[in-house]
Design a protein around this ligand. Structure first.
Ligand SMILES: [Fe+2]
Length: 353
């Protein structure tokens, strides 16, 4: 072999080796790329699995908590200072029960009765919808009343649900009267203590008026704008009828409690100069969203102004109970059923007079 042939062969051999090395490098890079891809896909799969597990766990906890909270009745304690409450009545303890919706039975009812006893009431106010017009059960409601009347005098006003089922309501009234409940349907009573008096007024829900149909009187067939206008018109009508009744019954000389199912008429109660209103109907907005509060209340719509708690304007205070039950959708979210235990104290300002 000549030198040239030898050089050529050597070069070919080197080229071949370089080619092999390059091929090997490419193969290694391909394998490394493939492995990296597989590792990334595996990591992604694990991340997705972890997200699904965490999401499912969060949903399970939320569902369990919602179911627990839906039935976990609580006492909502409040202390309210009022100038006009007579000295003899300072420290008066009122337990309010609202919107029972005859949905409470079994252990929930037993717990509710225990809480009413624990709240140590001087008076018990029931502010409507004791029975539900969609799944009426007067016996459950009557039994509950019978079990609490021994704790304190019970004052009751009906809600819109009682107005829809006259026969069942008649039956319930008969049983409540037999238990000694003070049924106030556009009526007032006085309570006297140590020579001082207070007045308790109770008004019918506006739906008791014969010309009303449905709970809100809103035409669902109309457009959103018309529906809102209709709700406003309905509220104006309700306000006029409540104003008339309350003005007729109110005795200005005395500190007055008003029991009225509808919280959306707060401005009317203020206009009437009522000292203290107890109301319900809103069910706390049924679904309570963090920061935003109640989602929807009948008569008020979305994000209601009066969904639960204490409201004060001028001389008028109003407690709106979030209530016990639910009606159309049988579930409450982030909205524990409650009884209100309010203590009314004569304010220091009135002591100084
Ligand atoms: Fe109601």
């Amino acid at each position: 072999m000549g030198y040239k042939a030898y050089k050529k062969r050597k070069k070919n051999g080197a080229d071949q080796r370089a080619g092999e090395i390059l091929r090997e490098m490419l193969r290694c890079r391909f394998i490394a790329g493939k492995r990296a891809e597989e590792a990334a896909a595996k990591k992604n799969r694990r991340r997705k699995q972890a997200a699904v597990i965490a999401g499912s766990a969060a949903a399970a906890v939320a569902a369990a908590w919602t179911l627990w909270a839906d039935t976990a009745v609580m006492i909502h304690e409040m202390t309210v200072k009022k100038d006009r409450i007579p000295q003899s009545f300072s420290g008066l303890r009122i337990t309010q029960i609202s919107d029972f919706h005859n949905s409470v039975c079994g252990e929930k009812k037993e717990k509710l009765i225990r809480l009413v006893k624990k709240s140590a009431p001087d008076l018990i106010f029931i502010t409507g919808d004791l029975i539900d017009s969609r799944h009426t059960d007067t016996e459950t409601a009557a039994d509950f009343i019978e079990r609490i009347v021994s704790e304190a005098p019970v004052y009751y006003v009906p809600g819109n649900h009682e107005s829809r089922i006259p026969d069942a309501y008649r039956e319930l009234k008969k049983s409540m009267k037999a238990s000694g409940v003070h049924i106030l349907q556009n009526e007032a009573e006085y309570i006297e203590k140590d020579g001082e008096k207070i007045q308790i007024i109770g008004v019918n829900d506006p739906d008791f008026h014969a010309d009303r149909h449905g709970s809100e009187g809103i035409s669902r067939k109309s457009g959103l704008k018309e529906e809102i206008l209709s709700r406003e018109q309905q509220r104006a009508e309700n306000a006029a009828c409540i104003f008339e009744e309350v003005s007729r019954l109110r005795d200005e000389e005395f500190f007055t409690f008003l029991l009225s199912h509808r919280p959306e008429l707060f401005e009317t109660y203020v206009r009437c100069g009522i000292d203290f209103v107890f109301s319900g109907h809103a069910h706390g907005g049924q679904f309570r969203l963090p920061l935003a509060g109640g989602l929807f209340a009948p008569g008020q719509g979305f994000f209601p102004a009066y969904d639960g708690g204490l409201y004060e304007r001028k001389e008028t205070s109003m407690i709106v109970s979030r209530g016990i039950g639910a009606s159309v959708i049988p579930l409450r979210f982030n909205n524990r059923p409650e009884i209100v235990a309010a203590e009314i104290i004569r304010s220091r300002k009135s002591h100084d007079r």
